[in-house]
Structure formats: C-alpha cells, structure tokens
Design a protein around this ligand. Sequence first.
Ligand code: 4NP
Length: 152
Amino acid sequence: MKILFVCLGNICRSPTAQGVMEHLVKKENLHDKISVDSAGTAAWHHGNLADPRSTEHAAKRGYDLTPQRSRPVDPSDFHEFDLIFAMDKNNYNNLLELAPSVHKNKVKLFLKEHGNSKTHEVPDPYYKGEEGFEEVLDLLEVACENLLNKIR
Ligand code: 4NP
C-alpha cells in the first residue's frame, strides 16, 4: 500500500501528514506493508526542508520531518500510489485535473474521508501563528489514526 499526501508547497501540511503517518506505521510494525510520501501542487519550494515551524511543532509530539525535502507532484505519482490524499479543496481540484481518468478515483480529500469533524480541509498554516501549526497536527493525528485503522 503506497500513500501520497499532497498540499500546496509541500513544506507544512503534507510533510506533517507524512511524518505522523510514518510514525504510526512504524509503531504498528507495518513499514514493510505501507509506505508514505508527500508532494506539493506547486514547485516553489522544490528541494527545501519542511518549514522550520512545522518541523519544530511536529518534533514536540515525537514526529521527525527532517529527512523530508519538498517536491512537486509528478505525473508518475498517479500510477505509483494507491491512495492520494489532498489537504484542501484547491489541492483536490488541482490533483483531479492532473490525474489520468483511470486514476482519478485514487484522489481523496483527506479529512472528508478520515477526519472526525465537519472540517474537510486542513487549513494552510503558512501565514498563521503557532496555533495554526498545532491545529494542523491535531487534525492530522486523528485522520492518520482513522486511516490506519481502516487499512487494517
Ligand atoms: P503547505 O503550506 O501547502 O502546507 O506546504 C504553504 C507553504 C508555502 C506557501 C503556501 C502554503 N507559499 O506561499 O510559499
């Protein structure tokens, strides 16, 4: 099972989703069965580390984002991955436009599928303060737990 998380810049939300999901997968000893990656619909930060604010807030909860580097979505991702989770509706619509017809069913709005609340989008924390980054973690921890339970 190969899972791809996608946001806009691939430096805040989707790296956080990847870090949280990888942590759970490792904890449950499923790393030989489930692999996780992330990408952005924009290439502005290609090759960059995750945003230091995301890295710092994630580290406080035990998630390591430091191995990650930003990359844009590649056309091959639609073949390569089994599930492609968008962080917000813009990401979702952009992915649907890029996806070949046969693979459009792999693209999902992450919180709509696996979140616990009526919130269907992970809000972009880039122009926000500390609470923005904590909110991203709160939403993603719940949805990643739900996703792993569903896969199992
Ligand atoms: P992300 O956040 O999509 O969660 O990685 C953003 C990162 C960078 C920018 C916007 C959102 N930016 O405008 O550079």
